[in-house]
Design a binder for this molecule. Structure first.
Ligand code: 9MR
Length: 474
């Protein structure tokens, strides 16, 4: 079985054929129209197709269904796709034997309708694992059975439609020791071989990967993978590839990335860059964005230089939806489109690496308006009125406290306010967050309200600031 799996050309043919076949039967209604993107003349997927390379993105289920601009970029720019969360254990089997396929099915339909190669993510992982598994206190035989029925159900359901599976995710610590997970603690390191064999059983055509972060350079953790991969191959375990996630820090692409990819390729494995992003301390300035573009270019170049490096997947599309600010407060902007959906220098770096025209492009705007404000008078009488102000935070990273301010043009005075702490000095009103609504994610909206007096005129303010930065009134 592994004979036909290994080798870039051989292994990629079924995936490609599969994409074509699936596209033919896919529901046409799901296809996002292939409109030319506004500012990026040659879609990345076209360039990648021409080189028999995969350029993918992680697609969040909510963004695919709820954000047409996101879905459009997902469809037009990428020839490969990974479900960001929809295929994880806690989503598909939140309680024992109860399966929830809604998001995973929708993702698979989207990928098929848009002729995208699918990377399944992920079957066995210590995180996003429901507590019925992690705290179930199962003995080895029962846990192995639970793992097998999960793999059977998920990989089996999509058998023939998933080109690659991240079978085991993140089993090692950074120092190369085994991570304490319920799987390792109960089953020992053999859980990895077991999971790979179970996956091969459930979907004999998928190529089976181990996937992890901080293994892009040659270091203790990637050495642990190297040893493990060699052992597994020597035992005839069906392992086809290594996924290097590549959640990178700006300016810190490991210098030995290509050499590291090559040493796994030399074992007879494929390699994929599976979750690329490059985080920047916020706010990101032009120099940092240019550095980020060089980093993206370096990763693309390293992968393209090794025949068995099959593709690069970016972990998201638009900065505003990245996981980074939630986990690394104060850092963000790690992806390839600005919050206003215009391509970043990092986008053009990928385009250029794939043989396209590349940057500098049409001057993407690194600092879209800090926020948008919707100010409404809800009710008005002769001496007073009730108003509502909703602001949407457009910055790339989450806020952990805010102050919104405006100036009233016709002598209005706030008498009481809610959902914030209100103050007025002269005509200037400031409202700052209440204890419970200071945290605002990128793209998040906060609504506050007030009662105020007026003396005849009640002209609405037209200028607002959020944390000192000008906003747009809508
Ligand atoms: O991007 C994912 C985010 O939406 C989830 O909340 C998070 C939960 O752990 O997982 C993120 O994706 C991770 C991926 O599945 C595995 N490698 C690390 C990624 C970033 O945390």
């Amino acid at each position: 079985m592994s004979e036909t799996r290994r080798g870039r050309r051989l292994s990629r043919l079924p995936a490609r054929a599969l994409r074509g076949a699936l596209a033919a039967v896919a529901a046409a209604a799901l296809a996002v129209p292939l409109a030319a993107p506004a500012q990026a003349d040659t879609p990345l997927r076209e360039l990648a197709d021409a080189r028999d390379f995969e350029i993918g993105a992680a697609l969040g289920a909510g963004y695919l269904s709820g954000d047409a601009r996101f879905a459009d970029l997902a469809a037009t720019q990428f020839n490969a796709a990974t479900a960001e969360n929809a295929m994880k254990w806690d989503t598909v089997q939140p309680s024992r034997g109860q399966f929830n396929w809604r998001d995973a099915d929708a993702f698979m339909d989207f990928a098929a309708a848009n002729d995208q190669t699918v990377r399944g993510h992920t079957l066995v992982w210590h995180s996003q694992l429901p507590s019925w598994v992690s705290n179930g206190g199962f003995g080895a035989a029962e846990l192995r059975g639970i793992m097998e029925s999960h793999i059977d159900a998920v990989a089996g359901r999509y058998a023939g439609r998933v080109a690659y599976w991240d079978v085991v995710n993140e089993p090692f610590n950074d120092d190369g020791s085994w991570r304490n997970s319920v799987f390792y603690n109960t089953l020992g390191e053999g859980f990895v071989a077991d999971a790979l064999r179970m996956a091969a059983e459930a979907d004999p055509n998928a190529e089976l990967y181990l996937n992890d972060y901080n293994i892009e350079g040659i270091n203790a953790k990637s050495n642990a993978y190297y040893e493990l991969a060699r052992d597994l191959l020597a035992q005839g375990v069906p392992l086809d590839g290594i996924g290097m996630q590549a959640h990178l820090i700006n300016g810190q692409v490991p210098a030995d990335l290509q050499r590291n990819i090559q040493r796994f390729a030399d074992l007879g494995l494929d390699v994929a860059i599976t979750e690329l992003d490059v985080r920047i301390p916020m706010p990101a300035d032009q120099n940092e964005l240019q550095q980020q573009a060089r980093d993206y270019r370096a990763v693309l170049d390293a992968c393209l230089a090794v025949d068995r490096c099959i593709g690069v997947t970016v972990w998201g599309i638009v900065d505003r939806y990245s996981w980074v600010p939630d986990v690394f407060p104060g850092q963000g902007a790690p992806l390839i489109y600005f919050d206003d959906y215009t391509p970043k220098p990092s986008y053009y770096a990928i385009q250029e690496a794939l043989g396209g025209p590349g940057g500098p492009g049409p001057g993407p705007d690194p600092e879209p308006g800090a926020c948008e404000v919707d100010y409404t008078v809800q009710n008005q009488w002769s001496t007073g009125f009730t108003g509502q102000v909703a602001f949407t935070h457009n910055g790339a990273s989450a806020l952990s406290g805010w102050e919104l301010s405006w100036s009233w043009p016709s002598g209005q005075r706030v008498s009481s306010g809610w959902s914030g702490t209100w103050a007025q000095s002269g005509s200037t009103v400031t409202v700052s967050n209440a204890a419970w609504n200071g945290a605002v994610p990128a793209g998040g909206t906060v609504t506050v309200g007030f009662n105020a007096t007026h003396s005849g005129g009640n002209t609405a303010p037209t200028a607002f600031t959020l944390n000192g930065q000008a906003c747009t009134a809508v």
